[in-house]
Ligand binder design. Sequence first.
Ligand code: C5P
Length: 237
Amino acid sequence: MKNRLIVALDTDDDEKIGWLSSRLRDTVGWFKMGFQAFSALGMEAFPRFEQNGHKVFVDLKFHDIPNTVARDVGMMTKHGAHMINMHASGGFEMMQAARKSAEDATAENGIPMPMLLGVTVLTSIDETGFQRSFGSERGLTKQVVYLAQLAQEAGLSGVVASPLEIEPIRKACGDDFVIVTPGIRPKWSKSGDQRRITTPAAAIQRSADYIVVGRPIIEAADPVEATEMILEEMKGA
Ligand code: C5P
């Protein structure tokens, strides 16, 4: 299960990140770098994480014109990111350009292709918030599925979505399409700003390929113990 757990390093405290990486050495398969960790450590951290047994998910949620996103994704690929995301709402052409750029970078550098993911609708947004922010007639779940299909057509490996939308995405996009789910809260943790949430066990039972957990681990009094409890729960699912 360790290769299906992604720990979100939502901090710019490089000492804490270094401590987490060594304490969770070989316990956790993935570390996710958002803007905070990325601005503190940069791409130079990728090989250091790898040495500790963590693959790197670059969660910078790119959303820009195709040329810019293609360059961003190409650069992350070249430096060895294993998973990279972008907002699917950035559009079909943007995602296609990102895919091509990652392919070019892997061919030029003889490195493996990273997983490219489209972010659908953020897990902090519920139906009411969705109507207010997007004014869309389609409804939240349909919008998630629409964006997942768009990402798949554009050649991305998968999507980031809530565990509550796994089933309709699987129906529309099939079993090989990667689904990464944040919005994970063990029963013993606080939900914070997340809205569309489930427990680690429920996400695995619903067939999430990867789960992302941030605050329940990195803000725990004992992050190692919290990680072990989550891994146990995943195994039991
Ligand atoms: O602390 P928590 O477990 O809520 O962290 C979830 C992580 O997943 C955060 O780093 C957040 O940026 C990220 N994320 C998310 N919803 C998405 C995409 C990414 O919560 N749709």
